[in-house]
Design a binder for this molecule. Structure first.
Ligand code: 4NP
Length: 154
């Protein structure tokens, strides 16, 4: 079983989408996908209603996901930890215990060099168009990620 963790700040907008999109592209018996936030603001919460709506419009149900905070043991549980922006990276790396932990952490957009963005923009204070843009970016990069994970070219 290969395990993948998607991480953003609040675990209600971006990482739940990344979690749901990637999970939908991978065989469930071979991959475990989860998500977490570096902050504790939304522990126990459902994803943002706008993320739920965008995902639903593409046939992906993320409504059952539950917000949780990233924890040090996630470095042991997961093979790959994908962050959405530089701030997430700094927050996760600050908890790393050794170089093995650090090596597991990557910016999700590094997986697809055809994507021009450097990070997944935080849509929390934005509008539905911002959520659409986040979905499109994540959909594209998760396609690449799914192919690479299944061929173990990471
Ligand atoms: P996310 O977005 O990191 O993509 O889940 C945010 C959600 C909540 C907050 C910030 C960003 N917040 O400040 O509560």
């Amino acid at each position: 079983m290969t395990s993948v963790l998607m991480v953003c700040l609040g675990n209600i907008c971006r990482s739940p989408l990344a979690h749901g999109i990637l999970e939908s592209k991978l065989p469930f018996d071979q991959f475990y996908v989860d998500s977490a936030g570096t902050a504790n603001y939304h522990v126990g919460d459902s994803p943002d209603h706008r993320s739920i709506a965008i995902a639903k419009s593409y046939g992906i149900d993320i409504s059952n996901q539950c917000g949780r905070q990233f924890k040090v043991s996630d470095f042991d549980t997961f093979d790959f930890i994908y962050i959405m922006d530089d701030s997430n990276y700094q927050n996760v790396i600050a908890l790393a215990r050794n170089t093995n932990d650090i090596a597991k952490v990557r910016c999700i957009l590094e997986a697809d060099e055809t994507i021009q963005h450097t990070h997944i923009p935080d849509p929390y204070y934005g509008n539905i168009t911002d959520f659409q843009n986040v979905f499109q970016l994540l959909e594209k990069v998760c396609n690449t990620l799914s192919n690479r994970l299944q061929n173990t070219v990471i």
